[in-house]
Design a protein. Structure first.
Length: 74
């Protein structure tokens, strides 16, 4: 079984970050980084589908995790 998906660099609230999408292009989560002195100080993640819905179709993150676990076992 192949999971697939993409990670796209994205500016999130003025910070460097990324949007993670499943193989159908639905949003799984978004990360943003607080960088201080050239180093990552804090990683912030949003996985709540209610907070992501305005960005487009949202994946069931728990299903993505279940599929990933099943693929690793295969």
């Amino acid at each position: 079984m192949r999971i697939g998906g993409t990670v796209q660099p994205l500016e999130v609230n003025g910070r460097p970050g990324a949007v993670f999408r499943d193989r159908e292009g639905r949003i799984v989560n978004i990360l943003s980084l607080d960088v201080l002195g050239g180093r990552v100080h804090t990683i912030r993640a949003v996985i709540n589908p209610d907070k992501l819905a305005h960005l487009g179709p949202v994946a069931d993150a728990f299903e993505v995790v279940r599929e990933t676990i099943a693929a690793r076992r295969a």
